[in-house]
Design a binder for this molecule. Structure first.
Ligand SMILES: [Zn+2]
Length: 357
């Protein structure tokens, strides 16, 4: 039997990719960080297809275990690709042809044009990491790579993550936005190999486990005019951070949503450390972004408040905002109304073409 062919993707950075180590430095690109990104997109995609969305990840007590000797060979659809106890990942992720440069450490960004909680300028971690290009290679490891639709799921995940999402960590600070081309047009017709199930997977969806149906994507031409300081433009490298700061402030002072909800959407460094639910990067005078906010779970009723606030602040800091979101009034990309068609649009688009044609 000939082994299945590897998938190779040529990746070019739009903003630096951060895969920092314990010393908080990025000195090389860590492939394992990208595997983590892939699993996140795969689970969201699988939920949107109506498949069981990796219940092992939800409770932590009910993790998938593969044990052939004991006849335990049934694992969730995410684990069948990414592996679990007793089962190897179905592929290896290898990087090659790295050609670029590193900013190893982030410098702190101070937003002098804004006032933080303590009356001082708000501070953020600056964008740093690897800039350049490289090949991302998915090398099949086990036969399960070829089983069922697994290969198509992996292709779809690569498209979503690389063309519409981001790579590595600190994407909430604008890192990891890339452009990507599959070598040999391997991405043609991915959608036709995906199976959609009628059953909705809502019951196992929580606020931490979104379906791809709950994602949003945006693109806009950056505008550096500052509504708070008409005499001074916002500096280019500060703009995404100003938008983040202003969105948080809008939710705090212009809505009556709970602090918990604000922290859920905007992130919180103190206490439990909550990741931000949206990412903004700036490259070539264009703001790119994506995020998610579940329609099910604890904070679902504030979804519109949060997304409207972000959209409002984006509009104040950009022009020609294109916003793509399934089953939403905010969508201004003439998106398809049914999920399979909407997903097909996502799988044939790039962040640069968002909302065009
Ligand atoms: Zn599992």
């Amino acid at each position: 039997m000939t082994p299945p062919e590897p998938i190779t993707v040529k990746v070019k950075t739009l903003t630096p990719i951060w895969t920092g180590d314990a010393q908080r430095e990025t000195t090389y690109l860590k492939a394992t960080s990208f595997v983590g990104n892939m699993r996140f997109w795969a689970e969201a995609l699988l939920r949107s297809l109506g498949k069981e969305p990796s219940p092992c990840n939800i409770t932590g007590t009910n993790k998938c275990k593969y044990d052939k000797a004991k006849g335990k060979t049934r694992v969730c659809s995410a684990c069948s690709i990414f592996g679990c106890t007793g089962l190897a990942r179905s592929f290896m992720l290898k990087l090659s042809g790295e050609n670029g440069s590193y900013i190893k450490k982030s410098s702190m960004i101070k937003l002098e044009c804004r006032e933080g909680r303590d009356g001082k300028p708000p501070r953020y971690m600056g964008v740093a990491g690897f800039s350049g290009e490289f090949n991302l290679n998915i090398v099949p490891n086990t036969p399960s790579f070829q089983e069922g639709e697994n290969r198509s799921i992996i292709n779809a995940v690569l498209i979503l993550m690389l063309r519409m999402g981001s790579l590595g960590a600190r994407d909430q600070y604008g890192c990891g936005f890339v452009s990507a081309a599959a070598l040999d047009n391997k991405w043609d017709g991915v959608i036709s190999n995906l199976e959609f199930q009628e059953k909705d997977s809502d019951q196992i969806q929580t606020e931490h486990h979104p379906s791809l149906k709950d994602f949003f994507f945006f693109k806009a031409a950056a505008s550096y005019k500052d509504h708070e300081n008409p005499h001074e433009d916002i500096s280019k490298k500060h703009l995404p951070f100003v938008i983040r700061h202003d969105t948080r402030k809008f939710l705090k002072f212009k809505t009556n949503i709970d602090t918990k909800v604000r922290h859920f959407f905007c992130g919180n460094m103190r206490g439990g450390r909550i990741g931000t639910k949206y990412n903004i990067g700036l490259a070539n005078k264009t703001l790119y972004g994506w995020g998610w906010y579940p329609r099910k779970g604890r904070f679902s009723e504030y979804r519109d408040d949060c997304l409207n606030a972000l959209m409002f602040e984006l509009k104040r800091h950009s022009q020609n905002l294109k916003w793509k979101e399934f089953a939403s009034k905010r969508d201004n990309c003439n998106s398809a109304k049914k999920w399979p068609e909407f997903l097909e649009e996502l799988l044939t688009q790039t962040r640069d073409k968002l909302g065009e044609g």
